[in-house]
Design a protein around this ligand. Sequence first.
Ligand code: ZN
Length: 399
Amino acid sequence: MRPFDEIAQDQPHAVACLQRAMTRKRLPHAVIFASPGDVGEDELAQRLAQALLCEQPRGPFAPCGTCHACDTVARALHPDLHVVRPKGLLRAIKTEDMLELIQALQATALIGGAKVAIVYQAETLRKESANRFLKTLEEPTADTYFILVTTRPERLLPTILSRCQMIRLRPLSAARVQARVQALLPACAADTELVCAIARGRWNRAAKLAEDCASYRAMVEALLAVLSARQSAALPAFDFGKRFAGALKDERAAYEAQVKDALAVQAERCKDYEAGVRRDVLSAAEDELEAAQAARERTIKAGLFETLLDLWRDIWVYQTTRAPDALLHRGYHTQIARLAELYSPHEIARNIRDAETVRGPTVFLNTRVDIVVQGLLAGATAPVRERLPFQRAIMATGL
Ligand SMILES: [Zn+2]
């Protein structure tokens, strides 16, 4: 976990709001952290849970960070902290997880203090479980707090929205992100500039990009090459999709090997446990590792679509303004200027729409990512707009 001072500086408005509410003992029993994503929303939710459960708080919204409660919250092991996250192929919150949460919140707190529920990516709540959850929100038991974390508050049921206080988190200031990225990439001004432009105030995204800027550049260059080929782009599009899916597969294989090792260590650690308990511990560990891998793949896929959309945005901006400084990918302005000549405004708008259409369901899907990407890119570059490649992309997403 990052030091709290850093999070407080990143999100001064949200932190002040929570501090004020807790000082007056008027913290609403349900809050929504509405975030642009990657600005520390998960850490802030965890911090609030610590503040509510800490055994020796140093003040309102100032958990000690060292007591048993703070420690177990940080490791998601506190018995009165209930965390729900999206799971499975569709990366949605499962109904059974929500029912379990509702049941747990109806029981008395195990430690005797507050009970806290954190629902991450709350926008993936299905209608049925959202409605059941609503009843719990309407009639909460004493000392029960709900923290909903979302990047798409508009997708929550209006009835849920109306029962929660929304706290908006904001992108970090450009200067703040730049100072930190500079510290990570002291030797490369061009990379710092690129990372800051792409991250647009989302610090976690900036940190991830800074870790491997070379891969990001390689992806941008490959996409620019595909889009530049236009009439003959079917083959490059095919290659790109195949390579992207291949890289994902290699990544998965490498991770599976790591999982095997981690499970072997875990098995050794609990070898003296009773057989049933051992099985439960190992299966929980396996689930957790699988969820972590699904989340990693989701990030990689989402990254590709975001990059493609950012490039279309740049092409559109250049076509409209002719100003290289207005681009996110300033270092690539020659190629972008060329693409602004190659594509009509109408085609650019349609390509942005197409990429938006497939990116939602596609990033959650485990298979066929090669066909989706191939179809999308081949459709984008086809001379007279052919819907066929794009239709293939849509079919592969299962929409
Ligand atoms: Zn504490």
